[in-house]
Structure formats: C-alpha cells, structure tokens
Design a protein around this ligand. Sequence first.
Ligand code: SAH
Length: 254
Amino acid sequence: MTGKVYIVGAGPGDPELITVKAMRLIQQADIILYDRLISNELLEYASPHAALVYCGKAPGSHAMPQQRINETLVNYAREGRMVVRLKGGDPFVFGRGAEEALELATWGIPYEVVPGITSVIGAAASAGIPVTHREYAASFACVTGSRCHGDKPPVRWDLLAHGVDTLAIYMGVSELPAIREELLKHGKASTTPVALIERGTTSRQRTIIGTLSDIHTIAALRKLSNPALIIVGEVVRVRERLLQAEQQAVTLIG
Ligand code: SAH
C-alpha cells in the first residue's frame, strides 16, 4: 500500500502560529522531513516512533539536494509511510513545495499541500506593520530578492517600483544594496520607509527602520542577518503611529 505525503507549512516562526491541521499531521507522521527554519518546539510534538530527517538549506549551502529530498519523499511513501514534509511559512511561497508536489504527482504518489502563514504576514503583524491600509496601501506583493542579477524570470523592479504599494521582499538580506538601487533607479522616492524584520514572530525578532536612502547603511551597522524580510512602503509609518499611541496610553492611563 502506498503511503501519503503531506507538504505542510509550519508558519512564520512562532510555533503557535501553525494550523490545527498541520499540528495533527506532525503528531501522526511516521517520517518528518524538515527545513532549517522549523522551530524545534514543533518537532517535540512528533510521535516518539517518528523519524526526523533534517533537510536544512542554509543560504548558499544545500544540506540535502532538492533531487534527493524528492526521491526520499517518493521512497518513504512507497514503503507505505505517512510522510510530513515540513516547511517554513507556506510551502507554495518561495518554498519549492510545487517541485516536490510535481515529483510526487509524476510517480503517482498521493499527496496534499497544507498551507501555512507565510513569514511576511506573521512578521509584519508582530512588527505593527499592516501590509495594506486604507490611507497608505491598496496592494502588496511578495517578491524574491535573490534574483537581482539576471536570473529567469527576472523581478520587474521597474514595474514594482510604481505598480505596487507595499513590497515584501524575501531572501533579500545579501542583495539589499542592489534592491535599493533598483528601486531608486526606477523612481521610487528615497524617502520611502523601509522595515527590516529579522527572525519575525520568534522570541529573537528584531525590527530595523529606515528609508530607501539609508537602509543599506543601517542594515550593515546593525549587522542584519538571515532570516529577514524587507518591507518597503508607506505602511511602515503605521508602526511608528502605533508605538506613539501605545506610549501616550501608558502616560495617560499609567
Ligand atoms: N516559504 C517561506 C519562505 C521561504 S524563503 C514562507 O512562506 O515564509 C526563505 C525566506 O523567507 C528568508 O530568506 C526570509 O526572507 C523569509 N523568512 C522566513 N522566515 C522568516 C522569519 N521568521 N523572519 C523573517 N524572514 C523570514
């Protein structure tokens, strides 16, 4: 009997931000193949009999090549196992979940994709930045920052600079200076606020604020590191408003 593979989103970092369905699958799995950004706390819910397989991919180094991950999923399912492929955020948002789904579909292995809260939604919420807002932003886009240099399909910074209000840029830490230059080159105002959110929703979250004119310098000074998101847009101003309101409330009430 063939088993089944669940390609599961673990949410943005805080282990409590996982779906009820994902948690149930973690508890039932025979095998869990998990990525680097998965919190250890979540793995503690696995059955004591479950095999936990690390497939971590640190930027620039691949602990387990994608092809081997794909083959492992297929092989375990063929042995009749219930397999959970646990990924950070949502499996279909820069998660290579579709590559794995395609491999499973090709081999006729039953599979299901379980969505998760993608990291920017979690990180923005906990940093006090709404990705849309009636006064500031009617649209937002999730963009990869790792394709600044000629990869295909290219990121259309020219269109993004004007056509979308809030930009949520994943995998952009090392490319921040180039991304900033692209946006400025295509006419985005240098006063546009930018937030950098490191380890969003975790106990080690750090938020750094600047503008397109100075964010690369601030990031270097503060030693921004992965995983981090770049949020570009007027919505970043809401964070300041919320902080000010909270401060006033403390003064008035306290
Ligand atoms: N599938 C994931 C994204 C994987 S790509 C999702 O839906 O969120 C990896 C990138 O996600 C990182 O380079 C970083 O930009 C972002 N990321 C993931 N978790 C993060 C976190 N807790 N805080 C900030 N950025 C995060």
